[in-house]
Design a protein. Structure first.
Lengths: 292, 285
């Protein structure tokens, strides 16, 4: 009896210790980045390392006022600083790319979740398989096509590929969410005199609204985080925030402090996002696997 | 619902057509590029070389090396993330205070911009960085992480695991919570220990979820570009140069569009073969 209590106590203690260690492993990189961003440049790689001994906002001021280096001053069009312009570019492209992808995905997912028809399985498999194709494969030819059609370095050009990037996952997830809507609900609406289209708008979409929000949030998150599409298909005009981050290290001397500050500033929207809409993120992330 | 008209078909068409347009044209273009020799800055444009380019690719040692690196990275990272993800899921399903906060924390790495993850770890794992300092404190030798060819690839895999193990964990947690209760109760009544419940009841029941989550990870790991490019850029000495990175350098650094086209063609069909084999094995509906 005594040993059983002891064993329970030990396993409890082990659980807490492991949970704390994992939490540290997740949080420590961010905390340390914060530390580096607040230290004056000459204090960063000292031995032993300093932890918040001196606090200066110099790095943040530099990032917010000018971004990194002369090269990126070019990006400052329309009166904003490069950093603001980059964030705005990210928001415009990720936002419109996500919304348009969902608008395309809704009819396709609805059809694939409700009807059996020839080629349905072919479509389902093929749409998913696009998600599994490495982006670089389409990016090399798209770069050449974009160069030839003046789509290179434009918002429209980037939005077009963001739709491409979002569409497969959006269709895949929405099929799962639409399947959760009981078919009887829709049939009842049809009997009550709804047309099929109004049944979709009045019954299916509202009932699946949690799913729709999840898909929207995930799409927005993934395209906001995108690097490779923007890196290859845009230049100075439509530089997005993640691409600008990498701009910090392409100089001979890496300015770690400013880099850390810029990384953190870029991540703030994501932290807010994770805090407020975590339920939807978890639902979207896990449904893909569960409803497969 | 059965319907005898074409309109379910037309509902799929816009999305499907969009994907096809953005994939078929590039693929065709890649094929065309594959038969060309084209230095992008050459004003004369591409010149036809037939199968010569493919022959060069087959004998290109860096191509072989990139292929092997890609495979090690892809399968290594997936295995690593399965192990860590499963452990995290088991931990997160224990009873303890702050469990909900703990799950929120698990989303954080997934949500962070991969380039930012890469740059953050580049700072932390710098040879003079904080992690090496901590290693010295507990009496271990500092590690050169990204600076040496022998360690660079494994260090990158650790960074990838930091970001994506929580994804496997969240999938497993969700699957555990969706499990039917009777078989587990039956096992408990029969006196199954905690580990026996996991091993013989729960894991077999979530096998499908796990394989699909792993397949997603496997495909994403095969595509990985951001983290590698941000941290090592393929170096040192090509040690972390995956196919995607090698293609990038061919196309946008050395401007060898023919080479890039051949690599793209290869990657495209190679990824299809992998996906096809995996999909056959796990029979996605």
């Amino acid at each position: 009896m005594y040993s059983l209590v002891l064993r329970k106590l030990i396993s409890k203690a082990v659980t807490y210790i492991l949970a704390i260690l994992v939490s540290l492993a997740i949080l420590f990189p961010i905390v340390w980045l914060l530390n580096i961003s607040l230290l004056p440049p000459q204090e960063i790689f000292t031995y032993p390392p300093k932890f918040l001994t001196e606090i200066s906002l110099e790095n943040y001021v530099k990032v917010l006022s000018g971004g990194m280096g002369e090269k990126y001053q070019i990006a400052a069009t329309g009166g904003g600083t490069p950093f603001q312009v980059n964030l705005l570019n990210s928001l415009i492209c990720a936002g419109s790319g996500s919304i348009l992808a969902i608008l395309l995905a809704i009819p396709a997912a609805y059809s694939l979740s409700r009807f059996r028809f020839p080629l349905a399985n072919f479509f389902r498999y093929q749409i998913l398989s696009f998600r599994l194709t490495p982006p670089i494969v389409v990016l090399v030819p798209l770069y050449l096509i974009y160069q030839a059609t003046n789509l290179y370095d434009t918002h429209i050009g980037l939005v077009l590929v963001y739709i491409l990037a979002n569409l497969p996952l959006a269709v895949w997830l929405l099929i799962g969410f639409f399947k959760e809507v009981p078919i009887e609900l829709e049939e009842a609406a049809l009997i009550d005199g709804c047309t099929r289209i109004s049944a979709v708008f009045r019954v299916v979409l509202p009932v699946a609204s949690t799913g729709l929000i999840s898909v929207a949030i995930l799409s927005l998150l993934f395209t906001w985080n995108d690097f490779i599409f923007a890196f290859i298909l845009t230049g100075n005009n439509v530089r997005t925030a993640p691409v600008a981050l990498l701009g910090c290290i392409s100089y001979e001397q890496i300015m770690w402090g400013q880099l850390a500050a810029q990384v953190l500033l870029t991540l703030i929207p994501i932290f807010i996002f994770v805090f407020f809409v975590q339920k939807y993120i978890i639902r979207g992330l896990t449904l893909g696997a569960i409803k497969g | 619902m059965k319907i005898k008209s074409l309109y379910p078909f037309f509902l799929v068409l816009p999305a499907w057509g969009y994907l096809i347009a953005f994939t078929v044209f590039p693929t065709a273009y890649n094929w065309w590029l594959s038969f060309m020799d084209w230095y992008f800055a050459n004003p004369l444009g591409p010149s036809y070389i037939g199968l010569e380019g493919f022959k060069n690719l087959i004998y290109d040692p860096i191509f072989h090396y990139s292929l092997i690196t890609t495979l090690i990275y892809t399968f290594g990272v997936t295995l690593l993330e399965l192990i860590i993800g499963l452990s995290l899921a088991l931990l997160a399903t224990q009873e303890f205070r702050g469990r909900r906060l703990f799950r929120t924390l698990l989303i954080l790495p997934i949500a962070i911009t991969p380039v930012a993850v890469g740059l953050t770890w580049k700072v932390l794992l710098n040879t003079d960085g904080i992690v090496n300092f901590l290693l010295k404190i507990i009496g271990l030798k500092p590690i050169s992480w990204f600076a040496y060819p022998t360690t660079a690839l494994y260090s990158l895999m650790l960074v990838d695991a930091w970001q994506w193990s929580p994804f496997i964990a969240l999938s497993i947690i969700a699957a555990f919570e969706a499990l039917p209760i009777p078989p587990i109760e039956a096992a408990i009544i029969d006196g199954a220990s905690y580990w026996q419940q996991i091993r013989y009841i729960k894991l077999p029941l979530i096998k499908d979820v796990l394989t699909i989550a792993l397949m997603f990870r496997l495909c994403d790991a095969f595509k990985t570009f951001d983290i590698i490019f941000a941290i090592t850029g393929g170096g040192p000495a090509n040690a972390t140069q995956t196919l995607a990175i090698y293609t990038y350098y061919n196309a946008f650094y050395w401007l060898l569009m023919g080479n890039a086209g051949r690599l793209c063609t290869f990657i495209f069909y190679f990824s299809f073969v992998i996906v096809y084999i995996l999909a056959r094995r796990i029979k996605v509906e």
